[in-house]
Design a protein around this ligand. Sequence first.
Ligand code: FES
Length: 170
Amino acid sequence: MNMREKIQTAAARYPDQRSAIMPALLIAQKEHGHLPGPVLEEIADILDVERIWVYELATFYTLFHTEPVGMFHLQLCDNVSCMLRGAEDLLEHLEVVLGIKKGDTTPDGLFTLTTVECLGACEVAPVMQVGDDYHGDLNIARIDALLDRLRAVVGQATGAGIAAVAPPGE
Ligand code: FES
């Protein structure tokens, strides 16, 4: 099924097409990795809804990306529980070892670093989401080990080039 068909299938479950915008955005982001303007317009056309409604949701929620993100999107929670358990130090460490600031992507396109509000996993704070996976009880050693594992994934794939690594969402 192509993106249009997937969105139409999802939209059939909703009596109001406006309610299908969120699932349509998730489908499109899995397909494209992020949500540039033309994709948002295509979603509006498929659902036959106002374009502004699609833009509003795509730019409101942090889980949607209107700009390209790295192969690994590091989303560190900096809300209260995680902050009390060292998230600020982890952010500082990530900025140093990756050589970027919060909100940026490494020049090799591997990592994008952002902070997010509570990920709903406070019991294992501090927490970072990478793609669809959560990593909890983090400390600097675990962060370093995680980055090594992620780089190794790319390293294993580079026998055939970085493009061999599955794009976001797959
Ligand atoms: S405050 Fe970080 S997961 Fe809840």
